[in-house]
Design a protein around this ligand. Sequence first.
Ligand code: ATP
Ligand code: MG
Length: 364
Amino acid sequence: MTQLNRLSLQNFRNCESAQFNFSSGLNLIVGDNAAGKTAIIEAIWLLASGRSFRSQQSKQLIRHHTDNCVMFAEIISSHNTEQVQKVGIQKSLEQTNLRMDGETVKTHGPIAKSLPVQLLTPESHKLLEEGPKIRRQFMDWGCFHQSEEFILCWRHYQKALKQRNHALKKKLPQDQVQLWDSALVENALKIDAIRQAYLSELEPYLVTFCQALMPEIEIEEACQYRAGWPKNTEDLLKLYQLNYTKDSQLGHTQYGSHRADIRFKFAQQEAINVLSRGQQKLFVCALLLAQASLHEKVLNEPVIMLIDDLPAELDEAHRHKLLELLQILKIQHIITSTSMQLIPILNSETTRVWTIAGGSIEQI
Ligand SMILES: Nc1ncnc2c1ncn2[C@@H]1O[C@H](COP(=O)(O)OP(=O)(O)OP(=O)(O)O)[C@@H](O)[C@H]1O
Ligand SMILES: [Mg+2]
């Protein structure tokens, strides 16, 4: 199974130095407010995704009065348990160095592929509340892991979009704007097909986990995918041509994969209008569990789930239910809490607990 075996941190946030030897089941990190719990989750997420969920600036991540931070992890692969992969990130104010098995890597893609990590934080309900970017990130996480083609199409698309928007903004001649249309269309259609296929595979899992976590809610068709252009569009290239004048007035490209979205509906109504705050959090849990199960089915490897401040997320019964599902699905989970009493230990053999205070950790 894919497992985060070891984690080592240096000068990350308030943590001078920490080493974790994780178990395959529940890994619980307990500490008071400001102890450094979120920092640990943030460091793992940064290793897995290449970015923090709290701050874009390296300065904030590096421990005060030091000049660089290091995150290093050992991953055991699901396909070859003998094989240990080593991944690391070193960040200074000026640069970021990525390492994988002793070699420098240029992009974060290979590290992200080998470390499929999902994240639940007290902010996760924003997936329903905020703009479409966070929902696209959710959907594209799955597309990235399941489709070899996706990342290439996405890079080509982004490049064409950037050039087209640059030409629009600088008011360059029409032919220099439209030069990019065919690359945009070609890649948008591929991205669209991958996203649609992904969501239709995900949907039955989502229904199952919604029923497990919120049996009180009736759910039929939960996801409605929006491509990023009008539904009845038959010819995307023509749409770009027809919208050239509007695009040049706006100074950017209106339609495309960068505008895609997912709408979540219950009984014909937007999820956000029907679900309580707690139910919204449960719905996000169901989305992540659905994604984890589909990932396991397609790639034959489990994901690793990070949950920051679990008690802030869910009440006692739902905490129990979620932990039970994680155990049944054999998902390694790394969870933080301000109190140990709030986390039921369902299997002591696969559980490890640490306390954290002032950035220093101790295993108990
Ligand atoms: N670059 C940094 N250098 C040193 N300390 C930092 C740095 N960035 C943040 N901190 C401090 O690290 C501490 C830990 O923050 P963190 O958010 O990880 O705590 P937490 O245990 O998750 O707290 P809470 O329970 O309130 O969510 C905070 O006191 C914060 O001020
Ligand atoms: Mg925190």
